[in-house]
Design a binder for this molecule. Structure first.
Ligand SMILES: [Mg+2]
Length: 275
């Protein structure tokens, strides 16, 4: 196998969890971020809470404290800058709150079971990465397993030196699955940091729109949108993913099979991700 010019087929998919395979709209962490800031006397919006989604949750909290509006608010409420120990304290409060709401937000994305069948029929492996820690993932993977989704490899941000956008979780998956080169893997996720992780690891990087954190809507809310408004939101999110470096954007996991065929076709022609 010539690794510098891999022309074989895809061997694995690496999925994100919340907003991609479970928790349509990525609601589980969003409300918890709002709550931990509220406990510090700072009101943040759902959109502000969603901004850095996909990162290690401690780093996510840190990113929110860097927003100019939050810096000002923090100063007003606490009389100074947000310090490391404040971030650590919020993260400590975050963990039990997050654990308490995971189960109710662990329903599979409706299109996942069909996508899994397609992936398995192509004899591909399934890896996964997440900004959740091990304790959180124990709950999420148990709920997913009950619904028929068991990934071959699960790597948390806390299992590696740094979470997204660093590529380490992806590399650990490749190692666990015994798969290389990285361009034989497609990463599918729902946040900007997911897309960056895929690109930084040298994988094909794909954004999924409808269930995503970037869309930030429940199935019900999507159904209630006027078709033209839905279309506009989809276009906006597609742009966000492409600007972040996505090789492809899909509306939902229904397109997984077609996506794999398209990438295999590109690989056969000697094309590589990121071009
Ligand atoms: Mg996600």
């Amino acid at each position: 196998m010539n690794l510098r010019n891999y022309t074989g087929k895809l061997k694995a998919v690496i999925f994100d969890w919340a907003g991609t395979t479970v928790d349509f709209g990525c609601f589980a962490p969003t409300g918890v971020f709002v709550e931990v800031f509220r406990q510090k006397g700072i009101e943040i919006t759902m959109a502000e809470a969603r901004g850095p989604m996909g990162m290690h949750k401690r780093e996510h909290i840190r990113e929110i404290t860097k927003y100019p509006r939050i810096i000002k608010e923090w100063k007003k409420v606490h009389g100074g800058k947000c310090r490391d120990k404040d971030i650590e304290d919020m993260f400590k409060r975050f963990i039990p709150l997050q654990l308490s709401v995971l189960e109710e937000h662990s329903a599979l994305i409706p299109e996942l079971p069909e996508a899994l069948k397609v992936i398995r029929s192509m004899e591909m492996k399934i890896g996964s990465t997440t900004g959740y820690n091990n304790e959180m993932m124990k709950i999420v993977t148990a709920c997913a397993a009950k619904q028929g989704y068991i990934a071959d490899s699960v790597v948390c941000a806390t299992d590696v030196p740094a979470g997204r956008p660093a590529p380490w979780m992806a590399f650990r998956n490749a190692e666990n699955l015994g798969i290389y080169p990285m361009q034989a893997i497609v990463k599918i996720g729902d946040t900007i940091s997911d897309i960056e992780e895929g690109a930084n690891a040298g994988m094909w990087s794909v954004g999924v729109v409808k269930s995503s954190n970037e869309m930030g809507l429940s199935l019900q809310e999507i159904d209630n949108l006027k078709p033209a408004d839905l279309e506009n939101r989809i276009i906006e999110v597609r742009k966000t993913f492409l600007n972040a470096g996505a090789d492809f954007v899909i509306d939902s996991l229904v397109e997984t099979g077609g996506l794999i065929y398209r990438i295999n076709d590109k690989l056969a022609k000697g094309e590589r991700p990121g071009k």
